[in-house]
Write a protein that binds this ligand. Structure first.
Ligand SMILES: Nc1ncnc2c1ncn2[C@@H]1O[C@H](COP(=O)(O)OP(=O)(O)O)[C@@H](O)[C@H]1O
Ligand SMILES: [Mg+2]
Length: 257
């Protein structure tokens, strides 16, 4: 069974076709990369998979269930988590609180019992605290637990956002340019971190990057988009040698200078 089956989806915004006929089948345990120049449609693909947008045409299946147009919180509970291209942490809350929010989002009943303070609420809260601490230890952020999220070094904030996504206990994790704004050394470290959490949490990962070199190092399968269209799919070597990819990247190189 495919974990995710994206069946030729198209997204139009007025006269603009942001994503055209995007197809992807993902098996459990894969780490897939999605690359392409700015404006290629990468984030729009994630927005459709996570329910922020409903594809104009066709369907998305997760574990054989049709999730097309299902609300984002419901899709999160089905087991798909994501991070955003721009950080979306609660800057004024502590690191541990940010992770605890992730757990609460997953267990909807907790929000209800939190509001009405049902019996057992304190115990649940304690257990969520414990699990959040465990998660922070696993990702190496435990020493920051009481710091305000906004006060962390940038690279650690990126990690925290991933940790919060992990708190929703996903099967599939979508990372939208997690290395944005990092220098090459930080980027290398982050890619190692992504490989480690994939192992530790038994995850399937779908990763957007715009730097081709970054994904080449960790993804066995890569898709390349340009102007809404998938122009190449294959292993790193196939991608590197694809004339369409070379053309797309040479054409936009000036943007990255
Ligand atoms: N909500 C929206 N309304 C109108 N146009 C959009 C919207 N979201 C994205 N687009 C357009 O779709 C195209 C693809 O955007 P995006 O998916 O963000 O690209 P990428 O993530 O590859 O840089 C761009 O031209 C962008 O301006
Ligand atoms: Mg984007």
């Amino acid at each position: 069974m495919d974990l995710l089956n994206v069946n030729s989806i198209t997204m139009k915004f007025g006269g603009l076709t942001a994503v055209n006929n995007f197809k992807l089948k993902v098996e459990p345990g894969e780490l897939i990369g999605l690359i392409g120049p700015n404006g290629a449609g990468k984030t729009t693909v994630f927005n459709m998979i996570t329910g922020l947008y409903t594809p104009t045409i066709n369907k998305i299946y997760f574990q054989d269930k049709d999730i097309t147009g299902v609300k984002p919180d419901k899709i999160a509970r089905e087991g798909i988590a994501r991070t955003f291209q721009n950080l979306r942490l609660m800057d004024n809350l502590t690191v541990i609180d940010n992770v605890m929010i992730g757990f609460h989002l997953h267990l909807k009943s907790n929000l209800v019992s939190a509001i009405f303070k049902f019996p057992g609420y304190a115990r649940e809260e304690e257990s969520i605290y414990g699990r959040s601490m465990e998660l922070l230890e696993k990702v190496g952020l435990e020493s920051y637990k009481l710091a305000k999220a906004g006060s962390l070094p940038y690279g650690q904030q990126r990690k925290l956002e991933i940790a919060r996504a992990l708190a929703t206990q996903p099967k599939l994790l979508l990372l939208d340019e997690p290395a944005a704004g990092m220098n090459p050394q930080e980027t290398r470290k982050l890619m190692k971190f992504i490989q480690k959490i994939q192992d530790d949490f038994n995850l399937t990962i779908f990763l957007i990057e715009h730097d081709m070199k970054v994904v080449m190092g960790i993804c066995k399968r890569i898709l390349v988009m340009d102007y809404g269209v998938t122009i190449a799919e294959g292993n790193p070597k196939e991608i590197q040698n694809s004339p369409e990819v070379i053309k797309a990247y040479l054409g936009v190189e000036a943007n990255y200078a």
